[in-house]
Every structure is written in structure tokens, then in C-alpha cells.
Design a protein around this ligand. Sequence first.
Ligand code: HEM
Ligand SMILES: *[C@@H]1O[C@H](CO)[C@@H](O)[C@H](O)[C@H]1NC(C)=O
Ligand SMILES: *[C@@H]1O[C@H](CO)[C@@H](O)[C@H](O)[C@H]1NC(C)=O
Ligand SMILES: *[C@@H]1O[C@H](CO)[C@@H](O)[C@H](O)[C@H]1NC(C)=O
Length: 535
Amino acid sequence: MRPPNSKANFGRTCFIALLAGHSLVQAATWPNHLIDELDANLYDRRGYKLRSLPAGMSPRCTRFAGNIPGGRTNAADWIRAAFHDMATYNIADGTGGLDASIRFPEEQNRPENTGDGFMNTIIFISPSSNRYFSLADTIAMAMVTAVEMCGGPKIPYRGGRIDALQPNSPGVPEPQQSIEEHIASFARQGFTKADMIGLTACGHSIGGVQNIAFPDIVPPSSDQSNPQGNVNFDSTGVLFDNKIATEYLDGTTQNPLVVGRNSTTNSDFRIFNSDNNVTMSKYPAVFRSKCAELLARMVDTVPKEVTLTDVIQPILFKPVGVQLIWVGGGNLALTGEVRVWNALPSRVTVKWKARDGRSDPAFSAVLKHDTSHTSDPLMPDSTITNRWLDFPSILISSTQSLSSLSFEVLNADGTTKVEDLGGAGYPLQDVIMVANTTCMSPTDVKVRFAIRADIQPIRVYAKTDMFDETRRPTVVTTEVAPPSNPTIVAGYTLWEVALMSASHLTLAVDTGGKTYETPFIGNGSPLGPSLPKCP
Ligand code: HEM
Ligand SMILES: *[C@@H]1O[C@H](CO)[C@@H](O)[C@H](O)[C@H]1NC(C)=O
Ligand SMILES: *[C@@H]1O[C@H](CO)[C@@H](O)[C@H](O)[C@H]1NC(C)=O
Ligand SMILES: *[C@@H]1O[C@H](CO)[C@@H](O)[C@H](O)[C@H]1NC(C)=O
């Protein structure tokens, strides 16, 4: 049994408070691909290198799958999908929970999962997932993105969910069930009666009931902008706000699960009224903080085998895609960027140590800021802008090479800071690296790379991402045969492999004792936004 983690009153104040003591947390290992991916999806929502989930909310949270007019929204589908994925949880044995099992047709075909919102959600969001960002983490991220971008509170986000390999047992509540059944269902999921009232109010702040899915609850519509006959739960259907509660309390609600003609399916009424309105009366005032807490608990309800990360805080100084590239002529190019949280320092200097650990005043370069390279986390109640700084063109001889990096930051206020992971420096391997002659041909991707000649490879392989037939991200591993005529150029041997896809391409060499791998680039290719075409 895994008690859901809850942090009470997680409003903006708490969020800022958590940011203080933050630099201690991130010193651990670098790079941490899971944390880097989660950070990018939470905090690069607009602008440079933005991640794709926020596009599902644009414009103004009205977007719906494929831009089909429907009176429906992705925001509503994503929030409902996260709940229905989680609601199979059984606190007694730790099975079920938020694990992307909702992607299986067997679950979607159950009466408790009526409607096409789950398939819509999976189709839209699955391309955002990858080998480090599970579909289950993506479902949780989509829920958080929808709530935060549609007017709701900041929700503390943890990652590390694992995608289920088979459907879970049924267990999602349905509107015609009795209040006793609902209380029992939420209790099995780990939620009290007050939690049930709150969570249902929070979820039903966005979206509504559709005639095509629930013809017995709401009537058909002849309105061309609402062909599916959607009736919103509150008067601000696309906004995450407390109107679901205030309209219920003041008697103006049109919520089809409160004032529907057939009282059998008025489940929201039975739920909201189940403690004589005690909980609901408090909700207009506590809506944002309670919803942040309950929705976080909802997505953190995971199978007992899963250990979630700590709440993801923004990485304040984030080197991205930092790597060596084989450019021929006995040279390595050092490329990469740094994302700096909500500030533009006066100067950031990268300094490196040679392969043998030597440093030298010449082993340094000043990063450049292209003013269009800014991203925005679109966090509720905040105006934060992140600046990205590019490495200039840096060529290093392959015999001298490089072993680690550090950064010297001169802030706008004149203070300085060294970013070096607490003294260790950011380690960089120079054993295997992609070559800039890697390119896309009409039939395949010609991947060229260099391996240090003093290394004895036991196994060399490429990893790319693909999606299985249920849209779960999986890794494809391709073994690479050694070159038939190996020639050593400036201490490196050149290798080549043709791949059908280069999605999230990384190259690895197993030396018996140790495996070296090229960096995982979360969006874009190892050589930039996309691979060049072959000449
Ligand atoms: C006993 C508890 C609940 C019942 C019986 C219930 C029932 C329903 C029903 C019948 C619909 C209409 C779906 C459609 O027409 O497509 C709906 C929509 C929705 N539900 Fe619930 N729900 C419950 C709790 C929750 C919870 C806890 C959440 C999330 C925290 C949630 C989130 C949503 C959302 C966002 C929609 C709108 C979907 C859309 O507009 O397409 N529900 N719910
Ligand atoms: C009310 O809804 C229930 C459950 O869907 C259904 O069995 C019943 O026939 C409905 N009653 C009326 C009068 O439509
Ligand atoms: C709770 O509030 C609703 C909406 O105002 C009302 O219809 C209902 O009678 C109230 N319940 C109690 C027990 O007062
Ligand atoms: C690789 O980089 C080197 C050094 O910058 C450059 O001279 C060469 O043209 C590049 N090759 C390709 C195919 O881009």
C-alpha cells in the first residue's frame, strides 16, 4: 500500500518557498534524462524549444482533437482521461492506478469508459512521450498542463510512472450508481468522502456531458458548433475555476449531473450533497489550493511497484544537449546550450578540462544569447521568462579533447557564481560521438560516428524510439557491426550504420567494464533541430 503524497495548501507561496533550497537538490547526477524531460515539459511551454502538450490547449483552451468543432475540448478530455486511468486503483493491494492502461481498447470499450475522449487523448499526447517520459507520466503531465493553462492552480508534479503492459481491473464510477457505491469506489482508490466531493468538483470545473456519449442524460443539439450535444458542468466550461461550486451553492447551476431530468444519473448532486453540503460550502474559498492538492494526489496514485520522483522543481541552470561532435580534420566540436531560469546574466563563460584533466585559460568561451531564444513556463500567477545561451563555435583537437565542463556566471547585479555541480564539473564522455556527416537520405538515415581508438568495444549499438501498437514509447536497439576496413583518424575509428528512423537517436559502446552513450536530445536531433539531408 502506497499512501498518496499530499502537500497541503500548495499555492503559489509554497511553490516559491520550495524554490529556495533548490540548488542543493539538483547536484546529484548529470544528466538525469527523466528529470530533464519532466522539467522541459513543465517549464518550456512557450517559445524556444517548446514542448508539444501546450499546443493542445491553444487557443484559450478551446482546442479539440484535430480542430473538429465539437463543443468539446482537449482540456476536458485530458483531465477526464487521467481520472479514468487512475480510478482502477486498489489501495488494498496497490494494483491499478495511473499507469496508462486506459490506452488499451479493452479498457476503453468498458461501459465505465463511455466516449471517445480517451482515444482522443492518447492520440494527441503520445507523440510527446519517449523512452524517458512514459505515456503514464505524459497523461499526468497532460492533466497538469490542462489545469494550469486553463486558469487553474500550479499542481506539484512528480514523475517516474511506468506504463502498464495490460489492462487493469474495472472500477471507474458511473453516474447511475448509488452514493454508497461512489463512496466505496473512491475509498478503494484511497480517497475519503470529502476527497470524493472535492475531486469531483475539481474535475467537473472543465467540460461537460455529451449527448453522443450519454444520450439519456443530455439532449441532442442542432447547433453546428456543438454537434455532439455538449452541456457544460458550469457557465465557464473551458476555465478551471470555482463556478462549479458557486453555481451549485447559489442554485443557478445547469450541471447535467446535478439538475438532469432523470434523478438516477444526478451523481454530482448526490456526491456534493452527501455530507449536507459541508465540504462544498468551503470550496468557493479553497478551490485552487484543494484542487492542486487533490489532483496531485490523483495523478500520484500509482501501482505499488512505482517510486515517484520528488516534486519537479525548475532546473535553474540547465545545460541542454551538451556534447562533442566529430567534425573531421582531427577536431571535435563542443556544442550545446544552457537555459537560465528567469534571468539574463551579463556573461556566462564555459570552461573545460582536457581529457587528461588539465585546465588552461585558453580552454574557455563566452556563451551567446540570441534574443529569440527565450522560453516561458506559463505558470499560473507568475511571469517567468527563461533565457537560452548558445555555445559559440568551439573546436577542440581530438588528442587534447575534453573531460568536464564548468560555467562562470556573471549576474546582472555584478555577483558571480560558478556552476560546476558542487565542484565535480559536468562530466562529458569523448569515447563515442556522432559525426556531422550523419544525414537523412530518401530511404534511411546514414548515421556516422567516431569511437576512441584506444577503446576495445565489446558491443556497439544505436538506440531509437518507436511506439508499439498501443502507442506506448519503446526503444529499438540496432547492433552495429565494426567497420570492415577500420582506419584510425586522429585517435578515433569511424563507424557507420543505416537506420530506418533516427527518432531520439543515441549511440552506445559497451567496453566490457563500462558503457558510454551519446546524449539524449529530448527535442531535435543530435545535430540540431533536424538532421541534414544527405548530399
Ligand atoms: C462519481 C464520480 C464521477 C462520475 C460519476 C463522473 C461522470 C462523468 C460523466 C457522465 C461525464 C460526461 C462524459 C461525456 O459525456 O463525455 C463526465 C465528464 C467529465 N468528468 Fe467526470 N465523473 C466523476 C468524477 C470525476 C473526477 C474525479 C474527475 C477528475 C478529477 C472527472 C473529470 C471529468 C471531466 C474533465 C469531464 C468532462 C469531459 C468532457 O467534457 O468531454 N470526473 N464525468
Ligand atoms: C433514468 O436513468 C436510468 C439509468 O440510466 C434508467 O434506467 C431509467 O430508465 C431512466 N428513467 C427515465 C424515466 O428515463
Ligand atoms: C445542498 O445545496 C443544494 C444546492 O443549493 C440544495 O439543493 C440542497 O438541498 C442542499 N442540501 C442540504 C442538505 O441542505
Ligand atoms: C563538419 O564540420 C566541419 C568543421 O566545422 C566542417 O568543415 C564540415 O563542412 C562539416 N561537415 C558537414 C557535412 O557539415
